[in-house]
Design a binder for this molecule. Structure first.
Ligand code: TXA
Ligand code: MG
Length: 317
């Protein structure tokens, strides 16, 4: 199959309408989208990604007003989160309406709804008469793509079209939350910080590490993983330990390079937002480079730093 990279929105919309899969930009990462109401189209997502069927897909919708078309019994606090943070890097787990096929939710009675903030994704969703099921546009278990080129490198030949919307501004996936008995449960750390949610809803509960739970592979201990070995810790000490290896170093804002290693700083001025937007790029860069091992350090465990640390942990195979 020939894969086209283009910014032609009309062509992407036509392919989606014809039941095809199309990679689309969002502000978090690129998604591999198909008509969420068409099981045959959704099946193509699983095929292209080689994704197991027990892994449910997020459904992307155009507006807060559309939530009630696909969800039942929306709790008041979930509505509050939607009003406050959508469009944006948050996914709400809600009881699903029957119109959402079981294939999309892997048989679960909840559906993850998200309204992407990327202007191209918004324009596309407003134009289509159906919502889009879309996981991140990477082979299952690998690093998520934050540019159209990333998608091309992994999926060319398996999908017909990549809609190019430039670099993703957030760079890590959405924060996945659920409201249970008036309490917010966070299932995946992501582009919306816990602190921001807490400001609106009070204390939240984290349920992140159920690595044996097959209903939420985004929580699998090993995910988002490069093919090369990745070691996280004090990079100065690690550099000494691996002094005889060619290393790729991912540092937060500074690093004194004693050896002749290639170094990527996630954010020279210490911005966690900028660091998040560079993380997957850096991992991919070193996975492709001629280094033998990737070294990285944890970021401050606050704001988007938590999501970055979470992804680093899971990227260690
Ligand atoms: O930012 C994002 O969320 C990106 C962009 C493309 O929107 N999407 C994304 O999708 O990260 P994916 O499939 O790579 O990760 C979604 C995670 C999966 O690990 C899945 O298990 C979980 O969300 N998920 C989806 N629906 C769920 C549900 N009903 N219950 C529990 N977990 C769910
Ligand atoms: Mg993913």
């Amino acid at each position: 199959m020939q894969t086209i990279i283009s910014n032609n929105l009309a062509e992407a919309a036509q392919l989606l309408t014809d039941g095809e899969v199309v990679a689309i930009p969002t502000e978090t990462v690129y998604g591999l989208a198909a008509n969420a109401l068409d099981e045959k189209a959704v099946l193509k997502i699983f095929e292209a990604k080689q994704r197991p069927f027990f892994d449910p897909l997020i459904v992307h919708i155009d507006s807060v007003a559309s939530i009630d078309k696909y969800a039942l019994q929306v709790p008041a606090m979930a509505r509050l989160l939607a009003e406050k943070f959508m469009p944006g890097p948050i996914t709400l787990l809600l009881k699903k309406q029957n119109i959402i096929p079981d294939l999309v939710t892997s048989g679960l009675d909840t559906v993850g709804l998200r309204i992407p903030a990327h202007p191209v994704a918004q324009q596309l969703l407003r134009q289509l008469p159906f919502p889009l099921a879309a996981p991140s546009a990477n082979p299952f278990g690998y690093i998520s793509p934050t540019t159209a080129q990333h998608v091309w490198e992994q999926l060319q030949g398996s999908i017909p079209f990549i809609l190019d919307g430039g670099d993703c501004s957030v760079g890590v996936e959405s924060t996945i939350v659920e409201v249970v008995e008036n309490k917010v449960i966070v299932h995946r750390l992501g582009g919306l910080s816990i602190e921001a949610i807490q400001e609106v809803c009070g204390n939240v509960e984290l349920q992140l590490n159920q690595s044996s739970n097959p209903s939420a592979p985004g929580k699998l201990a090993s995910h988002y993983a490069p093919k090369k070995p990745l070691v996280i810790g004090d990079i100065k000490l690690l550099a000494e330990k691996f002094s005889h290896n060619k290393k790729g170093v991912i540092a937060f804002k500074e690093y004194q390079n004693k050896f002749q290693d290639e170094v990527m700083l996630l954010s020279a001025n210490g911005s966690l937002h900028e660091a998040a937007s560079n993380l997957f790029k850096a991992l991919r860069h070193f996975d492709k480079s001629d280094c033998e091992i990737i070294l990285a350090e944890y970021l401050p465990d606050e704001g988007l730093g938590r999501a970055i640390n979470d992804r680093l942990r899971r990227a260690v195979a």
